[in-house]
Design a protein. Structure first.
Length: 492
């Protein structure tokens, strides 16, 4: 089944930090793929900018290499690549001064269509200064949008400061706070599964669901991000944004429509309903870990401190939490959340485990009857599995097996699965904010996370060690198993 390609209106996209890692790995390849699919209009232009002095030709050569490094060779068509590179130009600017901004204004006046998108692929400390200069140079009108990447602050106070700085120039309806997890095909299919099928929503509540697990596991270590990661850790890097957004989509009430604010209103209610975790209960409901030297698929790997190049650090590279939502739908249903680096496998998935049947009519020879599970995998191999009990084929009595109905998207649709950034960038051009975070969502998430971080800071106990290539510290296993449950690790 081929996906439909819906063109976007003419636009000019300005990428701040255009020579950085995000632009190389994600933004430029994503835009190339959309051009390859015929989705970019002839009047769509892309202006790169950073402090580096580059000509248009040098930036195009930079983009060519980035695309060659991150796009499979069989998708690199010379004609399509040449067409895409012709869209690119470059202006050197300085976020801390007025250098280059007049030239950027001249370039903007002669480029693309009426829609202007400023993508801030920079550190959050530059969001305010860049927006201030965008405003002071008169680049903002009713068709202008700004995209900001995580992290939006390091706590509630700093997040409010970032939001205030951006908000002085751009109205809230023009601000797109990007979380690339929300652009993943499987995440959007979670909403389709819940709200486009009569099968799930009637049983999507505490009466029928035993618990929910959300896992975002990475097999890699710091990968050149030591400076940032040691100040952030797993809680700020993954839980406050990606994992809480996934929790919201699982737990939210049905929105009145798919309109952006209708969806985000319901997500906000979930965040505000989270039972607080603080110094009074953090020890019982949270686990922190930090990896030590071990082995991964590629062989021996160093520990966190060796990668960091420091004698000590209290930064958590692994976090497990038991969260609860205080409302009628979810009262008493635990949400087990975990994320970490240097774990046994790279996998992101949501597992909804339903309650066991109240009585089995089958004899002991049939075997154990296990709970139904809905497994929504975000990466790798995006897809959905629904685990059911069925009869083992053949004569000789009733023997039951727990087997999945499996829909792997690549196999089911026989089409390339677009990267999340491909969808999200074009949603900005379209003016669709459904998959982006609103200011009050960001601040509500920090309101829940900050007391947990404060509780960890105030204790003398540091993160528990775990060996690289495992599933984290043993305390994370105890966190869920003392409730009579276990982490789901099928096929990972």
């Amino acid at each position: 089944m081929a996906s439909r390609v819906i063109p976007v209106p003419p636009f000019t996209l300005v990428i701040f930090g255009a020579t950085g890692d995000l632009a190389q790995r994600k933004l430029l390849p994503a835009l190339f793929h959309r051009d390859l699919a015929g989705q970019l209009p002839d009047e769509g232009s892309i202006i790169g900018t950073s402090r580096r002095d580059l000509s248009d030709e040098e930036f195009q050569a930079f983009a060519r290499k980035a695309i060659a490094d991150h796009v499979p060779s069989h998708e690199l068509e010379d004609e399509a690549l040449g067409r895409f590179l012709n869209r690119l130009s470059y202006v050197s600017t300085d976020a801390g001064s007025d250098r280059g901004w007049d030239k950027l204004g001249e370039r903007l006046s002669g480029e693309g269509g009426p829609i202007r998108v400023f993508y801030l692929a920079t550190g959050p400390d530059l969001f305010g200064p860049i927006c201030q200069r965008i405003g002071s140079h008169g680049f903002v009108d009713e068709h202008t949008r700004v995209v900001v990447e995580k992290p939006i602050g390091k706590d509630l106070e700093s997040a409010r400061a970032v939001n205030d700085a951006v908000g002085k120039v751009f109205p809230e309806e023009s601000v797109y706070r990007i979380d690339h997890y929300l652009g993943k095909e499987t995440v959007q299919n979670l909403m389709a599964l819940r709200f486009a099928n009569a099968l799930f929503e009637p049983v999507w509540n505490a009466a029928h669901i035993d618990h929910v697990q959300i896992t975002v596991a990475e097999s890699l270590g710091l990968e050149g991000r030591a400076g940032y990661y040691d100040t952030a850790g797993a809680m700020r890097d993954m839980v406050q944004n990606h994992i809480l957004q996934l929790l919201c989509l699982v737990a939210m009430e049905p929105p009145t429509s798919i309109a952006a604010d209708s969806v985000r209103d319901e997500k906000l209610k979930v965040l505000k309903s989270l039972v607080p975790i603080d110094s009074t209960n953090a020890a019982a409901l949270t686990v922190r870990g930090q990896y030590r030297a071990g082995a991964s698929a590629g062989g021996a790997v160093p520990g966190y401190l060796e990668e960091l190049g420091a004698p000590s650090s209290r930064t958590a590279t692994f976090v497990a939490l038991k969260a609860e939502i205080a409302n009628w739908r979810w009262a008493g249903v635990p949400f087990y959340l975990r994320t970490g680096k240097r774990l046994a496998s790279r996998v992101s998935e949501i597992v909804v485990t339903f309650r066991k049947i109240p009585h089995s009519m089958f004899g002991s020879d049939a075997g154990d009857i296990e709970s139904n599970r809905l497994v929504i995998r975000l990466q790798p191999d995006e897809g959905v599995k629904l685990w059911l009990m069925i009869k083992d084929p053949g004569p000789g009595g009733m023997r039951l097996q727990h087997v999945p109905l499996d829909m792997t998207f690549a196999e089911a649709f026989k089409a390339r699965n677009p990267d999340a950034y491909e969808r999200l960038i074009l949603d900005v051009v379209r003016g669709n904010q459904t998959l982006f975070m609103r200011r009050d969502e960001v601040e509500a998430a920090w309101t829940w996370v900050d007391p947990i971080i404060d509780a960890w800071r105030d204790t003398t106990e540091g993160p528990k060690p775990y060996t690289a290539g495992t599933w984290g510290p043993s305390a994370a296993i105890a966190l869920i198993e003392r409730d009579g449950r276990t982490w789901y690790e099928d096929g990972v």
